[in-house]
Design a protein around this ligand. Structure first.
Ligand code: CP
Length: 313
């Protein structure tokens, strides 16, 4: 039996998550900003709960901000990675999840290179499961972070046009953001080389925002309110799959940055290949790069998600 997107015990993706649920998570995250940065105390919220981070794939931002979010909410955490656990002896991801659940944890935060692994685990366990990125499928908390970072600038998404540029085919962030942005009413244009930007992406969102695909980055720059650059995920492609002229055609160079509207903002979920998909001067722009704001928002968003999933039913 598969878990419904509206089952508040889990967060497996942004696909099918209603606008009202997204708004409520963004509002909760905004209200938790002080607690996320330690300026107020929210440790009574999840005191006595135990959250297990099961990261079968590497991470800096997601894993550590889930940890900090849990600490800020008063929960205890355990950390398990593929290396150093019995996964290295061949134990399956599902057996690992069932084993950790049997120790009495309240939530499993799961990152895996296999699309669908968190949903498979959610079908098998009683505790909460949160998708921290599964293969090329979804990265819902990153999608919420990106929504919050833009909402702090704009207040409203309707009438906005957002470019997502680069390695779309391999990007779980792109998938979650297509669902999140279009549900909130923004239009999305996906830009990249034909091999990395499948036309099938135009059909994955339910709206009300629209999704289009383009292979001409220069043409869309003057039309967009925000541009999200994606990391070229060399580890998910065969050698030679990324053309040598990638930066020349799809990199957000200083020259291209100057072609954007003067109030357009720049996002990147990280980690970045500086000098490939984005120039350092653009990534570090103090006014219009939201990249470190995205990272900072990660703690508050994950606090909101943990609170929602672990609220006593
Ligand atoms: N954005 C993101 O998921 O980064 P990490 O891989 O470092 O967690």
């Amino acid at each position: 039996m598969s878990v419904a997107a509206t089952d508040r015990r889990h967060l497996l993706g942004l696909e099918g998550l209603p606008r009202g649920e997204i708004l409520s998570l963004l509002e909760a995250a905004e209200g938790l900003q002080d607690a996320a940065s330690g300026r107020s105390d929210a440790r009574d919220r999840l005191a006595g709960r135990v959250i297990a981070n099961l990261f079968f794939e590497d991470s800096t931002r997601t894993r550590n901000s889930f940890n900090i979010a849990a600490i800020r909410l008063g929960a205890d955490t355990i950390d398990l990675t593929g290396r150093g656990s019995s996964v290295s002896k061949g134990e399956s991801v599902l057996d690992t999840a069932l084993t950790i659940e049997a120790m009495g944890v309240d939530a499993l935060v799961v990152r895996s290179s296999d699309a669908g692994a968190p949903a498979m685990i959610a079908d098998a366990v009683e505790c909460s499961v949160i998708n921290a990125g599964d293969g090329c499928h979804e990265h819902p908390t990153q999608g919420l972070i990106d929504l919050l970072s833009l909402q702090q600038r704009w207040k409203d998404f309707s009438g906005r046009r957002i470019g997502i540029v680069g390695d779309i085919a391999a990007s779980r962030v792109a998938r979650s953001n297509v669902h999140g942005f279009t549900t909130m009413g923004a239009d999305v244009v996906l830009v990249g080389p034909p091999t990395l930007t499948p036309a099938s992406f135009e059909k994955i969102a339910a709206g009300p925002g629209r999704v289009t695909v383009s292979h001409d980055l220069d043409a869309i720059l003057p039309e967009i309110d925000a541009i999200m650059m994606l990391r070229v995920q060399f580890e998910r492609h065969s050698p030679g799959a990324i053309a040598d002229d990638y930066r020349a055609r799809y990199g957000l160079t200083r020259e291209r940055f100057s072609q954007l509207r003067s109030d357009a903002v720049v996002l990147h979920p990280g980690p970045m290949n500086r000098g490939l998909e984005i120039d350092a001067e653009v990534a570090d722009d103090p006014q219009r790069s939201l990249i470190l704001r995205q990272v900072a928002n990660g703690v508050a968003v994950r606090m909101a998600v943990l609170t929602r999933c672990l609220s006593r039913r």
